[in-house]
Design a protein around this ligand. Structure first.
Ligand SMILES: [Zn+2]
Length: 78
């Protein structure tokens, strides 16, 4: 049992959720984080420009799920 494994699993679940409902999310154009649609300012880098296209959100979610942690889970920063 490792925490890293749990975190990995959580990230994949988060990505699956995003891919299932990409219209609820958008991508920070500055750092590439996926944030919820209602977010006004990126919780990671404080940028305020976002790409809300579903295709871009899905592509980014797949990328983040496949990779080492970048910055999907904004709850890490709370
Ligand atoms: Zn950002």
């Amino acid at each position: 049992m490792s925490n890293a494994g749990n975190k990995e699993h959580a990230r994949r679940e988060a990505a699956a959720k995003i891919i299932a409902a990409p219209q609820g999310f958008k991508i920070c154009e500055s750092c590439g984080s996926i944030v919820v649609q209602k977010t006004d300012v990126c919780p990671n880098c404080n940028a305020y420009r976002f790409d809300a296209s579903s295709a871009a959100v899905i592509a980014q979610a797949e990328l983040l799920a496949a990779r080492a942690p970048l910055s999907v889970e904004h709850e890490d920063y709370n």
